[in-house]
Unconditional design. Structure first.
Length: 278
């Protein structure tokens, strides 16, 4: 899973984190629906769109873009998508664009054309690795884990898991699943068993994500068994032809070569036939 996809998953499941990043009240998320919208004219989707609920008409639309790689065209693309969306849906609302860069060095800067044509603050730029006190909430803690250097990630993850385990029971499983996804991404070189041992995660066997992975493993094992059975059936069918070919004067080696079998398997088939006849 790509990092930006992981981040959009975080916004979808924990939308309050956007408003924490913007230094607004997390409760502001209650005013919004997080959405992914098709832009017909551009034949693509806007993945990060916060649309105010009808009862909050004064709140602006937020176009959110997450970027963990160099992208010189990001601002041009984002503003184009925003204006095409506004033209397509004609909302009677203000709007803002929020760009979340993994780090400052990736940011090519807002184009001069937009600096002079858009209002101050119309585009808000955040550098995720410069966020301070990401331990103040679980949402910010997850972001802290994603951007943490490798030598700090284990400690960040342990602190985050401690926060989740103290969370309200009704939200704990959803939060654990989010953290689990981040751990699998962040420590991609570790097996799930190793992660479970590293972080003492016994509860994640109950999460939907764990069950999905377990089902995938079970399906893979089932396919392996089916392939093994199919292969054995093919071999058994071939071995049925051995006596007939032997009677026709073929040598053991010729039979093995013709049937694409091991010589030893052909010999065993002949021995089994001889034993059965005696």
């Amino acid at each position: 899973m790509k990092t930006d996809t992981i981040f959009y998953t975080l916004l979808q499941n924990l939308p309050s984190v956007l408003f924490e990043i913007l230094q607004q009240s997390p409760n502001q998320a209650l005013h919004y629906e997080f959405s992914s919208v098709e832009i017909k004219e551009l034949a693509r989707r806007i993945d990060g769109l916060f649309i105010p609920k009808p009862e909050y008409p004064q709140d602006p639309i937020y176009f959110v873009e997450v970027q963990y790689q160099n992208d010189d065209n990001l601002y041009w693309r984002l503003i184009t998508e925003a204006f095409v969306y506004l033209n397509q849906y004609r909302p009677d609302k203000n709007w803002k664009a929020v760009v979340l860069w993994a780090k400052r060095s990736l940011d090519p800067g807002i184009p001069i054309a937009y600096q002079t044509s858009l209002s101050d603050g119309q585009i808000q730029v955040i550098y995720l690795d410069e966020l301070t006190d990401t331990s103040s909430s679980i949402g910010l803690g997850i972001i802290g884990l994603v951007v943490a250097p490798e030598d700090e990630a284990v400690e960040v993850a342990r602190n985050l898991i401690g926060q989740v385990q103290q969370a309200d029971v009704s939200n704990r499983r959803q939060l654990l699943e989010l953290v689990e996804r981040m751990l699998v991404y962040k420590f991609s070189n570790k097996s799930r068993q190793e992660l479970e041992a590293m972080f003492g995660l016994t509860e994640w066997r109950k999460t939907k994500f764990y069950q999905e992975v377990r089902e995938e493993v079970e399906q893979e094992l089932k396919q392996e068994v089916e392939q093994e059975v199919e292969q054995r059936t093919k071999i058994a069918t071939k071995l049925e032809a051995v006596p007939r070919m032997l009677n026709m004067g073929f040598s053991v080696e010729q039979i093995a070569q013709a049937l694409e079998l091991e010589v030893e398997d052909v010999r065993k088939a002949i021995e089994n036939q001889s034993g059965g006849e005696s």
